[in-house]
Design a protein around this ligand. Structure first.
Ligand code: ATP
Ligand code: MG
Length: 450
């Protein structure tokens, strides 16, 4: 993309309404625009990152064997009356009446609807196990929408639902989700710690929340610092293998890590003192096992091997896709702007032309642009007639992990400068080598954007 032709409405001033750094930088980098309290337009740069995050979630869900579908945002109230949640959900549910006076709602989640799909089409244990998921907009009429996309009213969420014959199978689905979530967050450059949590209105006993540590997080968290040493890495997990998934779950959840809702002071005190941490975290996902709560209420049954009709065991699993943009920025920024992890960056590198209009500099930038693009990388070429300082400031603000700086002086010696956004370190090297180096860095991080 050439910056002169892109739509990147960066702001010079820090918007007064933004209280936390991710919200400030998302507004300043021209990623979002607020349209009403907690409701945002996603401008091109923000939309690009949103799609990358979404695509990582899709890839990892499908790797775990989960099947994508798409359910609507508007739902009939009658489905929610069946489960009893139409009245229970409270003020957060946006209720709408259509022209025929039918009660509708903008879905805050989809347990009822997916259970309805299941009961309409599945009747035998032979069709299990089954996990269906979608990534769709949700609406919750939050009392205090704030922090930009972190607590919106309209927000984008991956929600998945498993249907299993037995509790044992459903617990495997739970473990499988935990494992696939660990991998998902790591691919986004995030450490998200699974913590025992309360289940809230979804209901059920088994639940973990995934929290990213950040001072601006809304949850207070208590953990054994040993959990932050754990990484998923490039393990090759067989998601059908019950004991492998169980093993990973035990590894990642055996150390003390809880939110304030389930915090147990006595247990916490058993952690060696020097490893006890009290901090704040951002919830980026949650998994639940809730047994037959919805299947019994809504008649989602299958015939088992002996021909008996039994309610299926279910769980639901959510990732806050739009909240993740804020969480990633909270975890990765400096005083100049965002620092995108390679896995989710909107463009793979910036190209800064120090002397736009100079034949040699223009030619070198065009050549770089072409070779990077030919390798499937997406550069953002700042081809504006602007001061170098302004170009650097924009690149730093929007946070591309790598920048190639091209100027007549370097070109005389046959080199360009490759700069790492995170460390600020630069090296001079011939343009072809810069391209090869970037191709190497992004190997394994190529996520489709837009
Ligand atoms: P919270 O406790 O933050 O209100 P929740 O526990 O009600 O969230 P879940 O039902 O578990 O949310 O939804 C799954 C994920 O969706 C959450 O982990 C979070 O990342 C995201 N999410 C929930 N509410 C919002 C919101 N208002 N804005 C943005 N993302 C949200
Ligand atoms: Mg939650």
């Amino acid at each position: 993309m050439r910056l002169s032709r892109y739509f990147l409405p960066v702001l010079k001033e820090t918007p007064a309404e933004a209280q936390i750094v991710s919200h400030r930088y998302m507004l300043r980098a021209g990623m979002i625009k607020q349209q009403a309290a907690g409701i945002y337009s996603w401008l091109p740069l923000g939309f690009k990152v949103l799609r990358k995050i979404e695509n990582i979630v899709h890839e990892e869900q499908q790797r775990a064997g989960h099947i994508p579908l798409l359910m609507p945002t508007l739902q009939p109230a009658d489905l929610w009356r069946e489960s009893g949640r139409y009245d229970d959900y409270g003020e957060e549910m946006l209720r709408i009446r259509d022209r025929h006076d039918r009660d509708m709602l903008y879905g805050p989640t989809n347990e009822e609807m997916v259970t309805d799909i299941f009961r309409s089409h599945v009747s035998s244990y032979k069709d299990l196990p089954l996990t269906l998921y979608h990534i769709q907009w949700k609406f919750r009429d939050e009392i205090r929408p704030r922090f930009g996309v972190m607590r919106g009213r309209e927000f984008y969420m991956k929600d998945g639902y498993n249907f299993d014959l037995t509790q044992e199978d459903a617990l495997h689905a739970y473990n499988r989700h935990l494992v696939s979530y660990l991998r998902t967050y790591e691919r986004m450059g995030l450490q998200a710690i699974p913590m025992r949590a309360d289940s809230g209105p979804i209901g059920g006993d088994d639940t973990h929340e995934f929290l990213v540590l950040a001072d601006t997080g809304e949850s207070e968290v208590f953990y054994d610092s040993a959990v932050t040493d754990l990484t998923f890495g490039d393990r090759d997990i067989d998601y059908d293998d019950v004991s492998q998934c169980q093993g990973v779950l035990e590894e990642f959840t055996s150390k003390y890590a809880r939110t304030d809702e389930t915090h147990d002071e006595a247990l916490f005190n058993q952690v060696p003192e020097e490893r006890r941490r009290v901090a704040r975290g951002i919830e980026v996902g949650q998994i639940f096992y809730f047994g037959t709560k919805y299947s019994e209420a809504m008649g989602a049954t299958v015939q088992d091997k002996d021909g008996n009709k039994v309610p299926v065991h279910m769980g639901s699993h959510g990732i806050g896709v739009s909240r993740l943009l804020g969480a990633i920025i909270e975890a990765s920024h400096d005083d100049k702007g965002i620092i995108w992890p390679e896995g989710v960056t909107p463009f793979h590198c910036g190209i800064v032309n120090l002397k736009q209009g100079d034949e040699e500099a223009d030619g070198a930038c065009e050549a770089l642009y072409k070779s990077l693009t030919a390798l499937g990388l997406e550069p953002l070429y700042d081809d504006r007639k602007e001061r170098a300082g302004a170009k650097f400031a924009t690149m730093d603000l929007i946070g591309l992990p790598w920048r190639i700086t091209v100027g007549p002086r370097g070109l005389k010696n046959g080199v360009v400068e490759l700069t790492c956004r995170r460390t600020g370190e630069s090296e001079e090297l011939p343009p072809e080598q810069a391209v090869t180096k970037l191709a190497g860095i992004y190997e394994g991080h190529m996520v489709r954007g837009l």
